[in-house]
Ligand binder design. Structure first.
Ligand code: SAM
Ligand code: SF4
Ligand code: SF4
Length: 336
């Protein structure tokens, strides 16, 4: 079954946040001033169980969802995540399962378990190769070498074309763009530069901190000869280029929004559904799942919810030359 929203966009992907906790405190996502020892993360009973996630994904698959991305917080903090993946893998209609992780928990053993469970693709986030800068940005005790070793373990376990996400902030890490491309040249990894986004309300977002698509291409062109590549598929979020050394991408939600073919729904760890990364209202699906409602009833609820969808935040965030100020969900909660 195919369902469409108010702009005829189909429902195709679900991003599932499996935990709101993280072992990093990236300044643009979970600034440590806010996510400190007093911060109340969800208790175990508050977050969806694997069974609940599987049940909901089965219903979403009936409505046309084909791709699942596991995220968080840090998804590798969720115990036995490979078991969830192996169950999701069995769902009829689900053709692709991926994960976004900060990479430091990708031990040899974990990488093999993930590969064995049927995880198709991995995205690892890495904002700089400079240890000092890494420490500052990630607010963690780790070093870029820990992430690189996670990537190596994933490659050795058989993952190919691993994507490496780098959020670029002006005067924070824009000088790391070239070193990142140099490092991942001819490795098969695809670096994706992400414009710093105005997700949530606590990351002190300011448009002056955004290194735009244009800035990124200018910086890269000083060293590399680049050529645009075709989209791999319709709702792909990254624009792609080739350079001498492989391919890179740019996710430019600020300067070049891509709401037109957005087919994504987002499920938070505590069981709320969001029809947009920037939505300020959510749908309590956990309440329905934990009541005695039938799958059919939940399915009808989801059909109504998607039919009613008219989100286009990235295309409408500027009103009269000013950025809209609205209350939004935080990135570590909604999962990116
Ligand atoms: N912890 C995992 C990780 O960092 O890969 C998964 C969750 S994280 C919220 C998902 C992605 O969102 C990461 O690649 C991260 O860099 C990106 N991200 C977080 N906050 C962002 C922001 N304000 N702007 C752009 N990207 C952001
Ligand atoms: Fe954690 Fe990922 Fe957010 Fe960084 S971006 S704080 S690693 S959830
Ligand atoms: Fe999709 Fe919302 Fe992002 Fe637009 S702003 S691409 S509708 S998630």
């Amino acid at each position: 079954m195919n369902i469409t929203d108010k702009f005829s966009r189909k429902l195709r992907d679900v991003r599932i946040s499996v935990t709101d906790r993280c072992n990093f405190r990236c300044s643009y996502c979970m600034p440590k001033e806010i996510y400190d020892s007093n911060y109340k993360f969800f208790r175990k009973t508050e977050i969806l169980s694997f069974e609940e996630i599987i049940r909901l994904t089965k219903i979403l698959a009936l409505l046309g969802v084909k791709k699942v991305r596991l995220t968080g917080g840090e998804p590798l903090l969720r115990k036995n995540i490979h078991l969830l993946i192996s169950h999701l893998k069995e769902i009829r209609g689900i053709t692709d399962i991926s994960m976004t992780t900060n990479g430091v928990l990708l031990t040899e053993k974990k990488a093999k378990l993930l590969k064995g469970s049927g995880l198709n693709r991995l995205t690892v986030s890495l904002d700089t190769l400079n240890p000092e800068n890494f420490h500052k940005i990630s607010g963690s005790k780790y070093s870029p070498l820990d992430v690189l070793s996670g990537i190596d373990n994933a490659k050795n376990a058989g993952f190919q074309n691993i994507k490496v996400n780098m959020v670029v902030k002006k005067n924070v890490n824009h000088e790391d763009i070239i070193p990142m491309l140099d490092n991942f040249k001819n490795t098969g990894c695809i670096v994706r530069f992400i414009e710093f986004m105005d997700v949530g309300n606590v990351n002190f977002w300011n448009k002056d901190d955004v290194t735009s698509l244009e800035d990124i291409l200018n910086i890269i062109s000083e060293k590399y000869h680049i050529k645009p590549l075709e989209k791999n598929y319709n709702s792909e979020v990254a624009k792609r280029w080739s350079y001498q050394g492989g391919e890179f991408g740019v996710i430019s939600s600020i300067s070049n929004p891509f709401c037109g073919d957005c087919s994504r729904i987002r499920l938070t760890a505590e069981g709320k559904l969001f029809t947009c990364l920037f939505a300020n209202k959510s749908h309590d699906i956990k309440g329905l799942i934990r009541s005695s409602e039938s799958d059919d009833k939940i399915k009808n609820y989801l059909v109504d919810m998607w039919s009613d969808r008219d989100d286009k935040y990235s295309e409408t965030r500027i009103v009269d030359g000013k950025y809209k100020i609205i209350k939004k969900a935080e990135m570590s909660y909604i999962g990116g």
